[in-house]
Design a protein around this ligand. Structure first.
Ligand code: NAD
Length: 498
């Protein structure tokens, strides 16, 4: 069986540890490769390599850095299909969905090709007599990225191109369930001419994460994953003085108003709830039906859910693949059982889905639960599977109260034909990313991505302008070029502008 290794100091290496993890094909339920699980010593080696590379990479001209990113962008583009195949085989999502992920990740590289525009400082002349001020931003040093299983390419690309374009060096710890794509990314960076040590990959689990969080030479940590681990990463890395952004889990609501176009809305709810088998941090999982809209909406979503073709992500014709592991499947099925016991109506039941040739795969069919209430575990917990729940409320105010009382605040959407409703919704909802008739409002790469409340710990959203601020720190310079004169203005008072 193929072994997926670390990438340290410009080459693949098994590192010093002996532990290995299975990398599954979730559609067949069998291991397809093994991944080396790193140790603290492997982290030391990767960080040492990144530290050494930082000296010259941080001094490399902006135009040279951008040249490398342009070449990397071209290579990612050329290898889109290969990357998509690796993602689909390890994660389970369909090839087309995986291709979309690669494109959205590559768009962050596109943004970074224009980074000189964003890295420009500010200048103010004559802030005092003969005195000018200017500001500029410098890289931090060695940055670490710790990423989840559900976007093996896109989520790491929210981090490393931005960090590297800003002049930092990087150590990536991908999810041990989907490590294959990062190996290819490391090779593409090398082919693009990125100097040795600027980008490193250490595979592994908690041992590697903890070693990165505690390492004295790691200056910043970007994390994306579940909320309990995000909170832990934020606390532990902050306590060692690092800059940290930790994006957590989600429970995303779609509020459907009585004036919404119901066919359009049902199409988009099905796509947003079941795409990638619901394993997206921006997936819609709670539909809040306002006023009389519930019955007709549930009917339309049911019709569409029943038509979804479930199968291996790598098979042409599949619209929805399996969930990532056997444990994930058990967890999702358990929630559906609990919801039913608590009184939810199971309108579409994905518990007994039958996939030809995938009898041992980790499949769950599209599942639709109606009459869900806010005290049920199918509502309170992030399920991260193909389960859409429908809650019924009487008014927009009540819908907003439900969304705002939820501890997560990643994404949300409103379906309406009223501009006034849309405006009220976007102003009053306490969520970071909002769609108006757009169910998965993932910001483009030139904006920044991030939730509120328990969906993000730290001060900065990720990629885009906030990503650049996260991976750099500011200096402000106050300059005077004095004439040689005898009546010096120096005195002991605090300097003011006059
Ligand atoms: P996870 O939290 O289990 O794992 C994320 C990373 O943390 C992995 O690299 C993993 O190896 C590491 N990790 C896991 N347990 C750890 C521990 N005890 N100590 C230290 N490190 C640990 O998340 P996942 O299951 O891979 O991904 C799904 C989760 O990620 C969902 O909750 C989803 O909402 C979230 N997610 C959030 C966003 C966002 O932008 N907010 C994006 C994608 C995924």
């Amino acid at each position: 069986m193929r072994t997926i290794e670390h990438w340290i100091g410009g080459e693949a290496t098994p590192g010093g540890g002996h532990r290995r993890g299975d990398v599954y094909d979730p559609a067949r339920g069998t291991p397809q490769a093994e991944v080396v699980l790193g140790t603290a010593a492997d982290v030391d080696a990767a960080v040492a390599s990144a530290c050494e590379a930082y000296g010259s990479w941080s001094q490399t001209s902006l135009t040279t850095r951008v040249d490398v990113l342009f070449r990397f962008r071209g290579l990612v583009d050329q290898h889109t299909d290969e990357l998509a195949r690796i993602i689909a085989s390890e994660h389970g999502k369909t090839i087309d969905d995986a291709r979309g992920e690669v494109v959205r990740g590559r768009e962050v590289v596109d943004f970074c090709c224009g980074i000189p525009q964003v890295l420009k400082g500010e200048f103010s002349e004559q802030v005092s007599g003969g005195v000018d001020s200017h500001s500029f931003r410098q890289p931090l040093g060695v940055c670490a990225g710790i990423t989840p299983f559900n976007f093996p390419i896109m989520v790491p690309m929210w981090m490393h191109p931005v960090a590297i374009a800003c002049g930092n060096t990087f150590v990536l710890k991908p999810s041990e369930r989907v490590p294959g794509a990062s190996e290819l990314v490391a090779r593409l960076y090398a082919e693009a001419g990125l100097p040795t040590g600027v980008f490193n990959v250490v595979n592994g689990d908690k041992e590697v994460v903890d070693a990165l969080l505690d390492h004295a030479d790691v200056d910043a940590v970007s994390f994306v994953g579940s909320t309990p681990i995000a909170r832990y990463v934020h606390e532990r890395a902050s306590s060692t003085g690092k800059r940290v952004q930790a994006l957590g889990g989600a429970k995303n609501h779609a509020v459907v108003m009585p004036d919404a176009d119901l066919d359009f809305t049902a199409d988009h709810l099905v796509a947003a709830g079941y795409g990638s088998a619901g394993q997206r941090c921006m997936a819609i999982s709670a539909v809040v039906a306002v006023g009389p809209v519930g019955d007709a909406l549930v009917d339309k979503v049911r019709e569409r859910s029943e038509r979804i073709v479930v199968g291996a992500g790598t098979d042409a014709g599949s619209e929805m693949g399996p969930v990532v592991t056997a444990a994930a499947r058990e967890r999702v099925l358990g929630y559906v059982d609990e919801g039913e016991k608590a009184g939810a109506t199971v309108v579409v039941d994905g518990r007994d889905v039958n996939v030809k040739g995938g009898e041992d795969g980790f499949f769950v069919g599209p599942t639709l639960l109606d009459h869900v209430t806010t005290d049920m575990s199918v509502y309170t917990d992030e399920i991260f599977g193909p389960v859409l729940t429908v809650l019924r409320v009487a008014s927009l105010d009540e819908a907003l109260a439900v969304v705002n009382a939820n501890p997560y605040g990643n994404g949300t959407a409103v379906f309406t034909s009223s501009g006034e409703v849309a405006r009220t919704f976007q102003r009053d909802v306490r969520v970071g990313m909002i769609g108006v008739n757009v169910p998965i409002p993932v910001p483009m790469a030139f904006y920044s991505f991030g939730g509120w409340k328990e969906s993000l710990f730290g001060d900065h959203h990720i990629h885009g302008p906030e990503g650049v601020r996260f991976y750099t720190r500011a200096k402000v310079v106050t300059t005077r070029w004095p004439h040689v004169r005898e009546d010096s203005l120096a005195h002991l008072n605090f300097p003011t502008a006059h």
